[in-house]
Design a protein. Structure first.
Length: 247
């Protein structure tokens, strides 16, 4: 009996060691919280069944701080993402001489990232020293209604709807393919299927921090509740009764 107990204890110890080895190089991450990876390391976000691996640094031409360069350069890395299925590889590119985290989208997620260390004059960064700092967040779920409104405006005329989409200001990305229907200050919202104007004379107004002439604001998601109207020329637009920013 004693011999059997010893063998069982040895077996359990071996199983634990194998389990520990299988988790080697794999850490846990959480949505909306920064974590960092070294080359070859993986992080698993359990609640999303999402794994990310820092695979490779493919370029690092960032201009060292304090050095005069023709351009700021960039660093490009490859990550491998696995989300409840086959893995995908994504290249993340960060410009040099900036402290802002660039962002990249992936299957309903947004990846904000930063690569360290930053190059120093006349020093080569060892491969083993690279770290990828990353914040993964879920993108808001956009509506799919605008294309239907555009295709059949009279069916929607007078109907109250809700559109969740990207704020595009004064059609800065040229997605509405038409001029403003009510005033020159009308602005555009774009959901998954198309872009439509919101009347600037609406009861609800755009959040003060957003500017209709700035491209940097076109990535902000808004939820607009309002009524569909149609001009005499047949162009649909929305009179907004409620506008809120979606984080």
């Amino acid at each position: 009996m004693r011999k059997l107990s010893v063998c069982l204890a040895a077996f359990l110890a071996m199983a634990l060691a194998v389990s520990s080895c299988s988790e080697l190089g794999r850490s846990r991450g959480r949505l909306n919280e920064e974590f960092s990876l070294s080359l070859g390391e993986r992080a698993f976000i359990e609640e999303e069944n999402l794994e990310v691996k820092f695979v490779e640094v493919v370029e690092d031409s960032r201009c060292p701080r304090g050095v005069t360069c023709i351009w700021a350069g960039r660093v490009a890395v490859i990550v491998e993402l696995t989300h409840a299925g086959p893995s995908d590889r994504l290249t993340l590119t960060e410009p040099g001489l900036t402290d802002e985290y660039p962002k990249e989208g992936y299957e309903g997620y947004e990846l904000a990232f930063h690569v360290t260390p930053y190059p120093q004059p006349n020093e080569k960064i060892p491969t083993s020293a690279y770290r990828l700092h990353i914040v993964i967040s879920k993108l808001p779920e956009l509506t799919e209604i605008v294309v239907s409104i555009i295709a059949d405006p009279l069916t929607f005329e007078g109907r109250e709807i809700t559109v969740v989409g990207y704020y595009r200001g004064w059609d800065l990305l040229h997605e509405a393919n038409t001029g403003p229907p009510v005033t020159r200050s009308d602005w555009v919202i774009k959901d998954l299927t198309g872009a439509i104007y919101i009347s600037a004379e609406s009861e609800a107004v755009v959040p003060e921090e957003l500017h209709p002439n700035l491209l940097q604001d076109t990535g902000i998601v808004l939820r607009v509740r309002g009524t569909v109207r149609v001009t005499n020329e047949g162009q649909p637009y929305i009179e907004a009764k409620g506008i809120e920013r979606v984080e």
